[in-house]
Design a protein around this ligand. Structure first.
Ligand code: ADP
Ligand code: ZN
Length: 601
């Protein structure tokens, strides 16, 4: 009997039903149509080509930029019994010959390879002669110069159309911007592709942005709710990743640094620990993360501002691919606003490019300061309209208070003006608060009309006003004046009272209070022994099979076992994530673990 997509989904992958548009994509590809698939990270893109590859005649070809991860991808497929392999420069000549032999004998379901390899003349000639069920181009945004990961080798993939006529090509990406999407279709020369655009919302990710007071204290507080979880902490500089990682280790967190300046061995070892263990925290620059598809990353924290919203979305998207609750946390402050702004101004980029960087940065800053649902703003930026607030972001959970900041803003702008637009935050605030400092006396600023007119607010409140004025473009930090604040074209209407200004009260988050959320499964005391037993069983099998634990089973599958406590193979097979091959390979071990556990109740 001929197998259908749903048969494979159940028997091979052990899932009950398709997610989102998976089923429609698979049907289109099986009908020989080209397809353009846009799904967020964790949306389930891989099945869209894996299932057609197994059902069609011939092998499925997967073009992917990430050589370092091919081994892992292929190992995971072999664990469910799919005949997959890869072709890249890490293989010796003998092994490469074997791969071609397997291909020619029709013994492979899936072949992974990098674009630079595919377009080598001899490889392409040999591959052209074979039988292909589908060609998948993963991370397809790499073909676009608009995207943030442009790779030159991707440009030559357009020729696949002529080289493999009649083979359906499917481009997949989690890129959200419209310009990039259109560019992909054009450059890959997709032939009247069917478009599949999913919502980019990641409802299980909770977004939270705090004003930076002391980032270490804030991080520590945030991590308290994530003990025993894997996560990523992003920092701007290499030095900082090492400092924060070392500090976290001292605080008892299993943290590792990652950045492009570390030795390749160290990088590989750190990445491997992150992937293969349950609770490693990676403190990294943005060099880390591309293609990491560890499903159980429970949080992504930014200690520095991302450069633009697209990157932020991609970086935070690495949390919670398994659909379980996850956190995206960020702290930012006036310093970051000034520093990133200066990096843009001082960069070598052309005027036009600079302008685009500037407006992208402004969008990030604006997003940090929003006073309504953070997710809706994020999705709107990515071109997606939503009807309701999300209920799962900091703003929805604790709506910020606003106040009429017109007068405060006028005082601050006046202080900037009266002191000659030559000073930084500390001095301006000292003048407003009527402080007695050498610098004030030296410049005679205690004689100014603005001296002491801001005693009604403390230092932190003035910094908050200043930050919001900078973010909204009423003040600018001028790098040609050592970062001094200067007025802008927007300042005047506010200063002369033609405009009013609503400001946000920086929320005071309680330390260690009830808001610390446990994302871990809420286990009852009786469940804990079996949970630990199941995890130990998974780790043992993972080590035996030389794959990460999540390739054996996801947490959600273990949780389902915990709940159902299956005692027979049939009962085990009914659990989401348990397919035929995994049942045969691991069923006995898990059934034994469950049988040994004390009964609940
Ligand atoms: P993407 O490549 O879009 O980021 P993946 O293909 O890696 O996503 O899938 C994300 C996760 O969802 C994987 O862990 C995968 O096993 C799981 N998954 C995919 N399809 C289904 C499905 N139909 N039912 C349940 N889980 C699924
Ligand atoms: Zn919200």
């Amino acid at each position: 009997m001929n197998k259908t997509p749903i048969d494979l989904l159940r028997d091979v992958f052990g899932f009950d039903s398709f997610l989102g548009q998976q089923s429609q994509v698979i049907d289109a590809v099986l009908n020989g149509q080209d397809a353009m698939v846009l799904m967020p990270t964790g949306g389930g893109k891989s099945l869209c080509y894996q299932i057609p590859a197994m059902l069609g005649t011939g092998t499925g070809m997967v073009v992917s930029p990430l050589i370092a991860l091919m081994q892992d991808q292929v190992s995971a497929l072999r664990e469910v019994g799919i005949r997959a392999t890869f072709l890249n420069s890490t293989l010796n000549a003998k092994r490469q010959r074997q791969v071609f032999e397997q291909l020619e004998a029709g013994e492979l379901d899936l072949l992974y390879l990098a674009p630079e390899r595919l377009v080598q003349a001899d490889t392409l000639d040999r591959l052209t002669a074979l039988n292909w069920s589908v060609i998948a181009i993963d991370e397809a945004h790499c073909v676009s110069q608009w995207g943030h990961d442009f790779r030159h080798d991707y440009l030559s993939l357009g020729q696949l159309r002529e080289r493999f006529p009649g083979v359906a090509r499917i481009a997949l990406t989690a890129t959200a911007t419209m310009a990039t999407r259109n560019d992909i279709v054009e450059r890959l020369q997709l032939d009247h592709p069917a478009w599949f655009v999913s919502s980019f919302d990641r409802p299980n990710i909770r977004y939270q942005v705090d004003i930076k007071t002391d980032s270490r204290v804030q991080l520590k507080h945030f991590l308290a709710a994530h003990r025993g979880h894997a996560g990523i902490v992003y920092c701007l500089s290499r030095k900082k990743t090492e400092e924060i990682a070392a500090w976290l280790v001292g605080e008892g967190v299993d943290a590792l640094p990652y950045h492009a300046g570390l030795d390749a061995d160290v990088r590989a070892a750190n990445q491997s620990r992150f992937i293969n263990e349950d609770a490693v925290v990676m403190v990294a620059t943005i060099a880390f993360g591309m293609g990491i598809d560890k499903p159980d990353v429970r949080f992504v924290a930014h200690l520095d501002l991302p450069k633009n919203i697209e990157s932020y979305y991609q970086e935070t998207g690495r949390a919670g691919r398994d659909g379980e609750p996850a956190d995206a946390y960020m702290v930012y402050g006036l310093q970051d606003v000034v520093r990133l702004g200066q990096m843009v101004e001082q960069s070598e980029a052309s005027g036009e490019h600079k302008q685009s960087q500037r407006s992208k940065l402004d969008a990030v800053l604006g997003w940090c300061e929003v006073t309504t649902c953070r997710r809706r703003h994020l999705l709107a930026y990515l071109g997606e309209k939503t009807d309701a607030d999300c209920g799962n972001c900091d703003i929805c959970l604790v709506p910020p208070e606003t106040w009429d900041g017109t007068v405060a803003a006028q005082k601050l702008l006046s202080a900037v003006y009266r002191t000659g637009q030559r000073f930084g935050a500390a001095h301006l605030i000292n003048v407003l608060r009527g402080a007695d400092t050498d610098k004030i006396r030296q410049h005679g600023h205690d004689n100014l009309s603005v001296y002491g007119i801001g005693r009604d607010r403390d230092m932190m409140q003035w910094r908050s006003v200043l930050r919001q004025l900078v973010v909204r473009g009423y003040l600018r930090s001028d790098h040609t004046r050592y970062g001094a604040y200067v007025l802008t074209d927007s300042s005047r209407p506010l200063l002369v009272g033609e405009e009013t200004l609503l400001l946000r009260n920086d929320p005071e988050r309680k330390r260690g209070g009830k808001k610390a959320r446990r994302v871990a499964p809420e286990l009852s005391d009786e469940d804990i022994p079996l949970w630990e037993e199941l995890r130990a069983c998974r780790k043992r099998l993972a080590d035996e099979h030389n794959v990460p634990p999540y390739v054996i089973f996801h947490d959600s599958t273990l949780k389902a076992m915990l709940k159902a406590r299956p005692t027979t193979e049939d009962e085990l097979l009914a659990i989401n994530g348990v397919g035929q091959t995994k049942l045969e390979r691991y069923g006995d071990d898990f059934l034994a673990a469950i049988a040994l556990a004390p009964a609940s109740e």
